[in-house]
Structure formats: C-alpha cells, structure tokens
Design a protein around this ligand. Sequence first.
Ligand code: AMP
Length: 456
Amino acid sequence: MSFEDLNLNSAIIKAISDAGYTVPTPIQKQAIPELIAGHDVMASAQTGTGKTAAFMLPALHLLATPSQARSRGPRILVLTPTRELALQVSEAAKKYGKYLPRINVVSILGGMPYPLQNKLLSQPVDILVATPGRLIDHIQRGRIDFKRLQMLVLDEADRMLDMGFIDDVETIAAATPDTRQTLLFSATLDNAIDKVATKLLKAPKRIQVASQKAKLDNIEQRLHYADDMSHKNRLLDHVLRDENVKQAIVFTATKRDADTLADNLYSQGFSAAALHGDMNQRERTRTLTRLRNGGLQVLVATDVAARGIDVADITHVINFDLPKFAEDYVHRIGRTGRAGAAGIAVSFASNKDSAHLSKIERYTGQRIVSHIIPGLEPRVKPRFQSNGPKSAPSVAQKRKRAPFSDQDNRPAFGAANESGRPRSGQRGRPFDQENRGNSFRSNSSNKAGFQAARTK
Ligand code: AMP
C-alpha cells in the first residue's frame, strides 16, 4: 500500500514525499482510512510507530475543505500530556501541512507567557495543540471558540491518565461540539483507557498495532550490576566512550540528579546537558534543538521531560537509575531505535533493584541480559538473576556484538507473565515524581561548567 492509495489530498502527499516517507507504517495503514471515513478511532500505538502522522494526515485532509462555520476557533484540537510532545506534534502539523494554503498551527502550553498566547488565540486557528491545564485556563477565560471544531485528538491518553489530567480532558471535551470526530492514542488500551473512551468516543474503531514486545525488538537491552554511585559513574563513562555511541540519553530519578550528572559529564569532556521540568520552556527548547541538530552528545533527563523525544541519532539510552514504573522503562528505551534503527538500552542496577527488574521484564516480556565489563566487575556478587521469559533473541541481540562480549546468559528463574500488564495501582503517580528520590549525587559538581553546557 502506498500513501496515494490512502486517498489523501495531493498537497499532503507531496509533503510526505518531501519527508522521505515511501510507505505508510502499520498504524497509518489502519487508522487513516477509518479517519477519512469519519469514524472515531482508539488506537494502541507507541511513539516511534508513526502515530503522529496517523492522526495528523487525516486532520490536514479535513482542513483541505474549508469550514462552513462562522468562527475563527480551531478546527482540530490535539491534547498531549507534555510540552515536548505538543511541540513535536505542532512541528509535524507544519511539516505535513506545508503545501496546504494558510494552515495556522498554534501551541498552547503551560509555562509560556499568557499575553503571547492570548495574541495567538485572537487570530484564526486551524490546529490547536495544547497541554490540558493551560488550555482549561483559556477556556475558562472565554478565549477559545470551539464552534467549528471538527476533530479532537487525545495523544498519549494513558500518560494523561497517569498524570492526573483526565478530568481536565473531559472538561475540555465537554466544551467542544458533539459532532466532533474523536481519536484516542495510547501506548496500551486497558480498562482505564476503555472507560475514558466510553465517555468521549462514539462507536470507535479499535486499532491495535505491534505489541510492545515487537516494538522493542530492535533494541538490545543490557544490564550492568553496580555496587554504588562511584561504580555507576565509572560504568557510565565506559559506556559513553564506546565509539558506537552517536548520541545518548541518560535517565536519572530526580531533576537534581539530572543537573549534577550533566554537570559531571560536562566536566569530563562530554557535550552534555540536562532536561527536566524545572527548566523554563526556552531552556528546554534550546536543549532539544541542540540534541536534534547534533550539537549535544549526551542528554541527562527525567522521565516526564524526555517523553516523546524523537531524535534519529540516539543510539543509546542509559538508565542510570531504573524507572519507578515498568511502563516508563518502555518509554525510556523507546527513545532509541527510532524509525526501525537498532538501539542499545543499558540499565544500571544494584541488588536492591531485583524485584523491580523482575517487574520490568514481566511487563516487556523480554529479558534484560546482564553484562560485565572487564576491569569494572561488581565487587558485590549480584543476588538476583534475569527473570524474563525466554524470548527469542531480538534482532539486535542476533547482531554481532562488539565491546561487551562476556555477557552472562544465566537461566531465567521464577514465573514469567507474557502479558505483563502493569498493576492498576501503578496508575496515578504524583506529577512531581521527578522531585523526589536520591539527593546524594554530589561528587565533582561543577555548576559553572554545567550552566555553560546548558546555555551554549
Ligand atoms: P511517531 O511515532 O509519530 O513519534 O513517529 C516516529 C518517527 O517516524 C518520526 O521521526 C516520523 O518522522 C517517522 N515516520 C512517520 N511516518 C513514517 C513513514 N511512513 N515512513 C517513514 N518514517 C515515518
């Protein structure tokens, strides 16, 4: 199937061709015809599957026909959980809509000045991409007219649920016309998402693309046992000095740790910078631009800030601290292996993380293979062993692997659950999770160096 077969407007096809896309991805193949036919759709698709184009192309196709409604308000509204994702969606809208006449894309995000947003909203808007909290503010102040709204997209609905945005999302949906077409995209479609869909969607077509397991198959997952912080730092240095590392994202548990680690790496000669929720929007955008244009080799990030980052050259993701939730592990490592490329995900863990690792392996249905780097062996013998299902080796695992040849292929223990669903109690974590956690990472702190890295 080609994009031409999807009956999209020719101006959109031209932009897709400029983007270098030759065939639609599975989610695009399935979702686009249903959306053009006017159906509501709920789809399980992770970032990296081409889901943004799956909803943006039909949205732009709608815009190719002028609206009859007498209003200057948005015709398409996309709600996203984070500012970064919203900016990526806006960029995608501009990229795919560049040959359509006068498509005005506006982003309304928390942390940005109100006067500028008021100005943007006073002009005719075609596509509005927003985070829920700030949008509610503008709706309550009567600044948005939804009379001509035709399509509402809930992007990463599972994350909006996790972040406690669902009440806001429902309030926003209630302010839009009943005649709208509603789309819901989520990494997983579970009971909680079904409840949201029942409230907001009408007879939706349900689309499920490649499972998470298949999605991770191009990512080689490695585990390093670390005795303590200094051991983690040495392991990190070793991993980052591998010549195969083009660009890497290192995940920490807290914002403060992200700053300190970026600072340490910078002082060790890496072009490194932090990305987290305490930085203002300008700083974040600047850092992401540097990452995208290759000016930054190592991004040290927290979960919330790094969600949705889509940079093709990220060859490595390193979990300096394991994520709190198994779902976040999948989101984190999905920052590498973009658009079908191979990627490497390295996790550092100590004995106290064993139950946590087992949970992650059950969730992904995949084993994280432990590696030992000669000269950097753990002093403390690991108490735990991989608990993952004996899945077939991934594409990446089958590849000849270079520097870590001494992998430890011990037998799995314990029961493995292929379906690996998160427990319902894992929902609803506090929004400020990244504020908490360890605060002991203070070795060789160099604030000045870090600031230079961040603002360069
Ligand atoms: P997403 O899942 O929306 O985050 O998209 C992941 C990446 O795939 C982005 O870099 C897109 O530019 C790219 N992409 C989307 N659709 C296609 C396609 N049909 N062919 C090739 N790349 C695509």
